[in-house]
Design a protein around this ligand. Structure first.
Ligand code: NA7
Length: 541
């Protein structure tokens, strides 16, 4: 068989599966498929493994899921031998973990690094994908698997004149590997999402002066990060199976303490005590302490008020405190940030908050940032302006399905998938943690492992039955998308301009992209579909 590539030349290589991306998802996918006897190859645009954790090396970068939770479960020896050192792991430690996994399971030999997949075209006559890379490789592939990440395609901010800035411009999501020394410099940070909230306290300690340009204030809770104690790690490893069962039964794939009650069932004093305890405990579970914080606006407002009062307590200048206080969207509708000393950083004499609601950025000029009120002179500019989340990393590849249908066209009004795993019209193309799956609302490692396991089982079953292609029926996909949308409409997630909704990218359709039903329900749905002969999927010999 020979498939011709788009420029008419023959393919160079034939493999069973191509996996795009070598982060948590891609590495485990490669491991499982090779172990199952498939001939599999990986492509990774970075120079090494790590995905999100390879690129996001900005100062202070950490995971906001606790390290003991944010780890693979699939191998007992790996679980026992790896030692996390802190409650919330830093980016370098997570990257070391993924490098260790790549070495331990000998995965690097399967991957072409520094290589981006540019196009993938489905050939109906051959029932295979033709995959082409920016390095000129051309492969004929039965299964095309996208493990490209949910927060991987950085957003280019629509700010005029960035190229004219005389100093250096950095993006938090593609930070130089050997770090940046801001000593003695006037630094500007644009954006106040999770990345900026982690970076700002550290940049402030180094820079001569830091100016934070804020358009929308964020809700953030203290991480209360600390070193892990040998005793707790030993207990965790000893009781791992029990612990694992417990987190698989949750919505988020992590255990968050909850009262199991409505916030409105308690008196104001009792409620305050619950929030105070969650604040002291730290971490992103703050919005999980009551059952209705993400569905009831009045309940939500009680949590928001608690955090607003903390800002007023910490930040000494009332004007700055006021500017840092979020008021116009429900807490949790945009992903809550987890910080170490963020608000207190604004008490430092070398830190200024520029409230872009009072004076928007007009442009970046050679000397610095020009707002409608003043020119802020800068030596370095940091863009912490976010991502084209959840769909950006898929759509930057020119994917063409049956009858040459571009994925970009199919998803023009928002992503359409069945289970966040596959999309009708794109046979044998799988997504790991795609839109329509729990993904970013959960512990990503838990969700990734479940997707990889499901995909592997599916491919093994198809091979056993000599089946060639699989694709969801349009009707089940439409029903899935509809039910995801309906679930979102019953929540407060629709009321914040979040990246979950694509609202942070001008022109992107406003569609809530993750599945809201949670890890436990979703796992059951996927398992039941597989047990029933992949109900809802068209499978061809
Ligand atoms: P986010 O959370 O999307 O934050 C991006 C920030 O950048 C946010 O404060 C934006 O303000 C701001 N932004 C974006 N474009 C502009 C322009 N043009 N001018 C001024 N400010 C701008 O991205 P992060 O990287 O911080 O975090 C992403 C996720 O990674 C996070 O949720 C965690 O899950 C990990 P806006 O809100 O749009 O007014």
């Amino acid at each position: 068989m020979s498939i011709e590539s788009s420029n008419g030349t023959a393919v160079e290589r034939r493999v069973d599966a191509v996996v795009v991306g070598a982060g948590f998802g891609g590495l485990y996918m490669l491991h499982r498929l090779r172990k199952a006897g498939f001939n599999v190859h990986g492509f990774e645009r970075g120079a090494d493994v790590g995905g999100t954790w390879y690129w996001n090396r900005y100062p202070g970068a950490r995971c906001d899921v606790e390290s003991l939770d944010y780890s693979y479960s699939f191998n007992e020896d790996l679980r026992q031998e790896w030692q996390w050192t802190e409650r919330f792991a830093t980016q370098p430690e997570i990257l070391r973990y993924l490098e260790h996994v790549a070495d331990r399971f000998n995965l690097r030999s399967l991957i072409s690094f520094g290589t981006s997949v540019e196009t993938a075209q489905w050939s109906e006559p051959y029932q295979r994908w033709l995959v082409e890379t920016d390095q000129g490789e051309r492969l004929s592939v039965q299964y095309f698997i996208l493990a490209t990440g949910s927060l991987s395609a950085a957003k280019t901010p629509d700010i005029a004149g960035i190229e004219s800035f005389a100093g250096k411009v950095y993006n938090t999501s593609s930070w130089p590997a050997d770090g940046v020394d801001f000593a003695g410099q006037r630094v500007g940070v644009i954006g106040t999402g999770s990345s900026a909230i982690q970076a700002v306290p550290l940049i402030a300690r180094q820079a001569a002066h830091l100016t934070v340009f804020q358009r929308t204030p964020a809700f953030t809770v203290p991480a209360r990060n600390r070193e892990l104690q040998p005793d707790e790690v030993r207990a965790f490893k000893r009781d791992y199976p029990t612990y694992r069962q417990r987190i698989l039964a949750t919505r988020q794939g992590v255990h968050f303490p909850t009262t199991g009650k409505s916030a409105l069932d308690l008196s104001p004093t009792e409620r305050e005590a619950v929030y105070a305890e969650a604040w002291q405990r730290g971490g992103p579970g703050f919005v999980q302490v009551f059952t209705d914080l993400l569905t009831d606006r009045v309940a939500n407002e009680t949590a928001a008020e608690f955090l607003r009062a903390r800002i007023a307590e910490i930040v000494t200048d009332p004007v700055v405190a006021d500017a840092l206080t979020p008021r116009d969207y429900p807490i949790g509708s945009k992903r809550i940030a987890v910080d170490t000393g963020y608000y207190a950083t604004f008490n430092r004499p070398n830190v200024t908050l520029e409230n872009l609601r009072d004076a928007p950025i007009e442009s970046v000029v050679a000397e610095g940032v020009q707002t409608t009120k003043s020119l802020v002179p800068l030596d370095a500019l940091v863009l912490a302006t976010g991502f084209d989340a959840m769909t950006g990393s898929f759509l930057r590849i020119d994917v063409q399905g049956r009858a040459g249908l571009p994925l970009r066209e199919k998803w023009a009004a928002g992503p359409r998938t069945y289970l966040g795993l596959m999309s009708n019209g794109f046979p044998n193309m799988f997504m790991i943690a795609g839109p329509g799956s729990p993904s970013v609302l959960t512990n990503m490692v838990v969700s990734i492992e479940q997707h990889v396991d499901w995909i592997t089982d599916c491919l093994v079953t198809m091979r056993d039955r000599s089946e060639q292609s699989i694709e969801p029926f349009l009707q089940v996909e439409d029903e899935w998308v509809e039910s995801c949308n309906r679930a979102a409409e019953r929540t407060l997630f629709m009321a914040g301009d979040s990246w979950y909704l694509g609202a942070n990218v001008p022109g992107k359709p406003r569609v809530f992209m993750p599945y809201l039903g949670g890890v436990a329900v979703y796992r059951d749905i996927c398992a039941e579909i597989a047990q029933n002969g992949y109900r809802g999927f068209s499978i061809k010999m």
